[in-house]
Design a protein around this ligand. Sequence first.
Ligand code: HEM
Ligand SMILES: [Cu+2]
Length: 560
Amino acid sequence: MSEAAHDHHEEPGFISKYFFPLDHKIIAMQYLFTGMAMAVIGGFFVYVFRMQLAFPGASVPGFGVVSPAEYNSLVTNHGTIMIFWVAMPVLIAAFGNFLIPLMLGCDDMVFPRINRLSYQIFLLSSLVLIASFFVEGGGFGGAWTAYPPLSAQSQYNLTPLGSTLWVVAVGLEFIAFLLGGINFIVTTMNSRAPGMKFSDIPMVVWMIIIASILFLASVGPLLAGAVMLIFDQTVGTGFFNPDMGGDPVLWQHLFWFFGHPEVYVVLLPAMGIVAEIISVFSRKKLFGYKTILYTAIATGVLSFTVWAHHQFVSGIDPRMANVFTVTTLLISVPIAEMVFVYIATLFGGSITFTTPMLWALSFIAEFLIGGVTGIFLGASGADIYLHDTYFVIAHFHYTFFPIAFIGSFAGITYWFPKMFGRMLDETLGKIHFWGTVISLNCIFIPLFFIGVAGQHRRIYNFQHFPELATPDLQNIRVFATTALVVMILFQFVFFANIIKSWLFGEKAGKNPWNANTLEWVAASPPPHGNFPEMPTCYRGPYEYSVEGRESDFWPQNEPA
Ligand code: HEM
Ligand SMILES: [Cu+2]
């Protein structure tokens, strides 16, 4: 069996290996590096517009003076990029591609060509988005939520081509992830190592699968909406235009019916990464495996019932607002439960504070701030005041930053030895960790205050509003922007660490963390075809510190 499985795994040539790969690990790297490159763009955008907020009208080093239209476009594309071109490709596509076959103990995805196509469409979508910044009128500035009529009518947005390219790019990105998601699901159903029961599948794989299903189930209506939006923009239909019998609020429903589940699409993989790490570095069995799994599924289902909490001020029926308040408050219960369960895993463990563990622990702490502040926004009465203020900005960045960046850093620092065969530098890793996490809180805690003080989002220059132009509030803006610049500087430590460790790092060996899951059975980095001999699975993934055993871990492939 293993001989036959290897026959079609001859080493491909350089061009086909790196440019037209079928190997899941190379496709994972393509997604990872494209996602990181897009993070640099999204990060540069936030630097530029935060400088404008702190020093309105001044020339921003590396960019120049920011015009109002440019401000809108920078904010819009910052948000769009961070969610669709950073969180999605890194957390789902890069980790999904890298981990699923390795953790299941198989040689590749079931449909490698669909996998390759998925990345190629994703790359195309990135190029279309980048092209949209340079066309006449500039990039789309109507917010990442793209509400009509602003998004639909060029006499309002003044970016006819930029707007359409933006919708096309987002649509292509959706198609890329639909293709990838099908592959993940089918591979997990069909290609598990002999002996691997459902309850032996590592949590991060489950989470990516549930996320893929959520994505599949929620994105359809929005894709249809995107086509309608393109028609409104280009051929003069009026799906979202009341003058022509259309309804702009329809878009809001389609967008948020997808948009809220999307939060869980990116959250769950990050939660999965954290689960793997806390179990390994507290040398304890993951507490409540089935509880976590069922909770994630329940959260996924519930996430389809909360979307209109984004529309409390859009003129929905107040009785409906009550319904959506209740569902929204309900969904905080399972997520809180998951956090408690993670803490139970830590309880009494022999914890080592490696860099990946620090990231995993900080994920729990920082995400908690995002979760708790969401409760205020979920209550329709409070949201009427807080809607569209910087309180919202601070709230969702306390969910998205932990997801997109802390979750990714946790995963990258944990699996780097497997990906590249060498250990990361722990000292540089810790400098990067503390520099990032401290500045994160210095950026966003002040924004809660400024939001409650009445500062609205998506506004170019607050000096035009006397009550928001006070020196006190301006000092807070300068403080937040300074913290952002500090955070960006600390990211150079991360890049330096990657390059230095990749070239000169200590050799990792197969299993540097003494972990149980099957990816650690393969060589580091795993060759084409992954395993010299396909592993058999004998037990669950979290058998750490099992009583009566000499070693404190028990790999899944070790015969009893
Ligand atoms: C240190 C990193 C970041 C900072 C300082 C930051 C800052 C900001 C600020 C100040 C705004 C509001 C601008 C305005 O309304 O005028 C904003 C918007 C936004 N950000 Fe971030 N952000 C960061 C990272 C992220 C990440 C990681 C994500 C998601 C994964 C994200 C997603 C968004 C979204 C979706 C918007 C809304 C855009 C819109 O209104 O169309 N940001 N960001
Ligand atoms: Cu929501």
